[in-house]
Design a protein around this ligand. Structure first.
Ligand code: ZN
Length: 307
């Protein structure tokens, strides 16, 4: 080993130690993996959040655009797919930065960006990130959604129907699903979380009641053959969605009962909130805290005896 490679190795070690994991990934320019979803659909994974792509020579339709650090890599992947990187339409499942980082490049290339009106509002103005105690800056006009809605709508890609709708307070205040009905492919955003702990951005308007209702709404759209694409993790089917929905409803009912007894998040964990669930949470305290905060924001809609 010469001096140069030792120095390089040492520097690599220092950088690796000094940066927290999120910063290391932010500098990464590794190409996202291209995962087949079904005929004419692939998912780019490892770009921050998953990016669903409907490939077609007439133009690609995307659901989410990944984190900004991966934009060049995402665009390179898109160019190599049928449709050659010409994106006609981009949906944003919500306004978190892992989902909208490629908006600027795609908006500048004149893709129509479709999102819930709350997502547009978040991206068009500064908003406060409570956990980080800072304001996220507004995105440039070209990165903002150009077509917005409140409850839902539909459009066509070729002759195929694309239906999309609001998932009220499932994870943020601007969550949507995008359902390619004829292809039977459903993008569910972060309203489902098959692998990671469920995330409730309570300060951004997400709560457990909204998540439980939204997952039941998604169940009504799917059948045994539907391919369901989450913001993070693998493509799943109806059985996995049903299992997660059952777990969410169980957690909601338990917490409602505990809230009525005046419990804190820690009291709930001590009282067996997570007992017998179909999966083990990585950070149950974080989940319980966020979910508990969400109930406080919805006391007026729980039940008359709560207040
Ligand atoms: Zn999110």
């Amino acid at each position: 080993m010469n001096r140069r490679s030792i120095l390089k190795g040492a520097l690599g070690g220092v950088v690796g130690l000094a940066l927290p994991p999120f910063a290391r990934s932010a500098f990464s320019q590794e190409r996202p993996a291209v995962v087949p979803v079904s005929d004419g659909f692939v998912m780019l994974t490892g770009a921050g959040g998953n990016v669903l792509v409907r490939t077609a020579s007439a133009g690609q339709v995307l659901v989410d655009s990944g984190a900004a650090a991966f934009t060049d890599a995402v665009l390179a992947d898109l160019r190599a797919l049928p449709g050659g990187g010409h994106a006609t339409t981009l949906f944003n499942t919500h306004w978190h930065r892992d989902q909208v980082g490629g908006n600027l490049a795609l908006g500048r290339s004149e893709a129509t960006i479709i999102a819930h009106e709350k997502t547009r509002a978040h991206l068009a103005t500064e908003y406060y990130l409570r956990d980080e105690d800072r304001y996220e800056k507004a995105m440039p006009a070209a990165a903002q959604p150009t077509v917005t809605f409140f409850t839902g709508d539909q459009t066509l890609a070729g002759k195929e129907r694309i239906e999309y709708g609001h998932l009220l307070e499932a994870h943020t205040d601007g969550d949507i699903y995008v359902f390619f009905r004829d292809a039977n492919v459903l993008a569910a955003g972060d309203a489902i979380s098959p692998l990671k702990d469920p995330v409730l951005d309570w300060f951004g308007g997400g709560w457990l009641g909204g998540r439980a209702d939204s997952q039941e709404k998604l169940l009504k759209l799917v059948d045994e053959k539907t391919r369901i694409v989450p913001s993070y993790g693998p493509v799943v089917g109806r059985a996995e969605l049903q299992a997660e929905s059952d777990m969410t409803r169980m957690l909601f009912d338990r917490m409602l009962d505990f809230i009525k007894q005046g419990m804190s998040a820690q009291d709930m964990l001590d009282a067996g909130l997570m007992k017998g669930l179909s999966r083990t949470f990585h950070d149950p305290a974080r989940f319980a805290y966020d979910a508990h905060k969400g109930y406080w924001a919805h006391h007026n809609s729980l039940a008359p005896e709560v207040l």
